[in-house]
Design a protein around this ligand. Sequence first.
Ligand code: MIC
Ligand code: SF4
Length: 644
Amino acid sequence: MGLTVAQKLIKSHLVSGEMTVGSEVGLRIDQTLTQDATGTMAYLEFEAMGVERVRTELSVAYIDHNTLQTGFENADDHRFIQSVAKKRGIRFSRPGNGICHQVHLERFGKPGKTLIGSDSHTPTGGGIGMLAMGAGGLDVAVAMGGGTYYITMPKIVNVHLTGELQPYVAAKDVILEVLRIMTVKGGVGKIIEYTGEGVKTLSVPERATITNMGAELGATTSVFPSDEITKAFLKAQGREEDWSELKADDDAVYDETIEINLSELEPMAAMPHMPDRVKKVKEIGEIKVDQVCIGSCTNSSLMDMLKVAAILRGKTVAPNVSLSIAPGSKQVLNMLALNGALSDMISAGARILESACGPCIGMGQSPNSAGISLRTFNRNFLGRSGTADAGIYLVSPEVAAASALTGVLTDPRTLGEPLHIMMPDSFIVNDNMVEMPASPEEAKDVEVLYGPNIKPFPTTTKMPENIVAKAILKVGDDITTDHIMPAGAKILPYRSNIPHLSQFCFAVCDKEFPERCKAEGKGIIIGGANYGQGSSREHAALVPLYLGIKAVITKSFARIHCANLINAGILPLNFANADDYDRIDQGDELALNGIKSAIVNGETAYLENLTKGEKYELKYDLSTRQKDIILDGGLLNYTKEAIK
Ligand code: MIC
Ligand code: SF4
């Protein structure tokens, strides 16, 4: 039986396990990336592991999230990361060099390689045929130390593309269509692989937009084959030698197939507050727009920016709209500056932001009260923009630019003549903002610089036999890590200060939660389906750990968050009968008696509801390795021994 692209990538990196769907496989990791909002914690963990030098082929530390420096904290964290990178053999992408996923695609990604990153949009690398996955910081730290990365062997979904995108219809519309079909839960336990004649019509930046936002499906990752188009892209980046071909066997077998005819797609938008609330722009109608933001790791390539500049050329942004544009990297910004496109944007009235995540993570540009903001980003979760009652619509650069001019949500096909974008044969290559690490000899003298905002991470304890605690919080379906541990300009500077962060845990839905935890000293969280979707931030596990959460019991979990809970030593459990979720009220006294023995012996676990006098059957999906991690009180303890 032939193999798919994803299966080939897994097979060539398989360290342990069997490639049967649902079983745990261990993978050798070639490359890692971190960004600064998760990186500080990841490098604290790496330092705690006591490894001298990274053991990967390539590790890069990016500074792109916490770039608004309203106090010393972010700058201190940047300096800390820079010093660790220098000492431990990691390349350091300085602030200003761009968004990690965009820069990694341009400068470092290689077809056929594995990459894990402490950021959920790491699958962007799937656009050039990498097996690129988001992971918690601790998993990335372990991989940097040469450790294996574990995933559940996923199903492979074939998204079979035919036809060709029509003028003003974009790659963003392709992934919005996949989200409409599959929903934000639809990709859990799956890799999305793109095949068919339509693939040949998509450039690398377009493919990367699609794989980037596959994260919103909950998928393990997404991948395109590596072909002549990939080769041309790498050649234009001066890296032709990094190319290798990667394609599925003719007789490859997929677990599911979705057909999409690119020719039939139309401009679309994801409506507030979920990336799968997708409708055609013309169906939503001409709603008034207050803000338009263009950029983020989904849509900040040179190609996207050139389209935006062409639409804005010679026009003025509507009086009711604030338009901001953040080109994705120094390379993109530099090329826009040299070919005049930047001037078109500035003349039209765009507010040019630095090459960083910016408004996507609430680092500035929060909309006005109840404002409507169109964004070329990938997430529109409630409150993420920094304005609690704003409504965020996710759109393509074409829809964003057209709407910025008219002041209302606009189908760009009404602009008339198709755009003709000339992509250069070669990009400006200048890696002067990537600092190389010190040699092993020089590294001995490099001091790691800790700022006063860096506090020790919470200690974990070995798992007890019984857990008795209140249902301290009950939440519904699709809870995101932005609910559990919000981000934004005011909170992000404290990513290395768990005690401070804990004040904001679940602030979006329940402001009293941290105080209740402190009063009780311990608790169990009850969640619905797809609990923990969204980002890779391990803070969404470390902060609950600090607040005394012992177990999280849900209808189902998102992949990265579930791994982060296990890594933190918090027990993730599921209801055997989803209806039992309804029988528990917040505040009920709960008991997991004999839970440790049940897990060790692989026996059925039960949850007793002492308040209601009821008992519910539970499920747990833990490999032997994961059980050992939980019993040891988290991955850090477990790993220190293993990789010595
Ligand atoms: C995000 O888009 O939510 C982030 C910010 O990039 C996160 C990482 C983080 O919380 O630092 C992600 O996607 O993993
Ligand atoms: Fe940055 Fe937004 Fe991409 Fe996250 S989704 S990496 S915050 S640009």
